[in-house]
Design a protein around this ligand. Structure first.
Ligand code: SAH
Length: 256
């Protein structure tokens, strides 16, 4: 946990927060906090700031802190992910690292090679998804919870919701091992990106064609085929690199 993330509802009018959950245990057992200690904090979907420990009851696993936040919330990452629904076990493990890697929106979509019954799994349960996303944000030092939407029909989603072509300053890319170009060939610094990652069995020719007709340029990471969850994380890193990012680790990173 590199950032103590708090829900606005947890914060009293006086800025005091009382914790007795996993975050309190982390503050006590891992960080060994004592009164007066300050830790980095953030308000979910709000600004970053710091929290000062008022008291810590190690035996009871309770910590009280006073929080102070300043400025604007961090900007949302400039990338949306379209992900063909993976196996539930895989998806459950993917939410936290996706949020850590940085995505504004995740569209979970159907594809020809997706098992229909996966859509009924608890890997898509909004409460579970939110907990896992927040875990990833606490890791990466961000407060902006990615939006997650499920679209069970790929064609109307692409045709009607995304529309025929990307907006100005937006780039659409579809990941496919046998594509002829790289992420860096397609994404320019400062562009927003919509990235489509296929199911474990891959995109069909029909799906690749549907995406291509709506402005998605095929991109590859080479002939080494990764599992789709690993591919999604690797591609997000390549996208972020191609977009260019501020070297802000001094301000936001660092172990706590
Ligand atoms: N047998 C499938 C592999 C699918 S891998 C095929 O040959 O198409 C699952 C998804 O992960 C792919 O649809 C793609 O979106 C992404 N992926 C995996 N490895 C990749 C690579 N080397 N380059 C680009 N995308 C990759």
């Amino acid at each position: 946990m590199n950032l103590l993330l708090l829900d606005p509802a947890e914060i009293g009018a006086d800025g005091v927060v009382a914790l007795s959950d996993a975050r309190a245990r982390h503050l006590i057992a891992v960080l060994g906090v004592a009164p007066g200690r300050r830790v980095r904090a953030g308000r979910l979907d709000g600004p970053l700031g710091e929290a000062e420990v008022l008291d810590a009851a190690a035996d009871a696993g309770r910590v009280r802190l006073r929080v102070r936040f300043a400025g604007e919330p961090p900007p949302r990452p400039a990338v949306d992910l379209i992900l063909a629904l993976p196996r539930p076990k895989v998806l459950k493990r993917l939410w936290a690292p996706l949020a850590a890697a940085g995505v504004a929106r995740v569209f979970i979509v159907n594809a020809a090679k997706v098992e229909r019954m996966y859509f009924d799994s608890d890997a898509l349960d909004p409460a579970l998804v939110r907990v896992r996303l927040i875990e990833g944000l606490a890791q990466a030092g961000d407060t902006r919870v990615p939006e997650v939407a499920v679209r069970r029909r790929l064609k109307p989603f692409v045709e009607d919701e995304l529309g025929p072509a990307p907006a100005d300053g937006e780039r659409r890319i579809a990941a496919h091992p046998r594509a002829g170009s790289r992420v860096a060939d397609r994404v320019r610094a400062g562009e927003r990106v919509v990235l489509a990652v296929g199911p474990e069995g891959g995109w069909t020719d029909y799906e690749l064609d549907l995406l291509a007709r709506h402005g998605f340029a095929p991109v590859s990471m080479g002939a080494r085929v990764l599992r789709s969850d690993h591919a999604a994380l690797a591609l997000l890193a390549l996208v972020r690199d191609a977009q260019g990012f501020a070297m802000d680790s001094g301000r936001r990173g660092g172990p706590e």
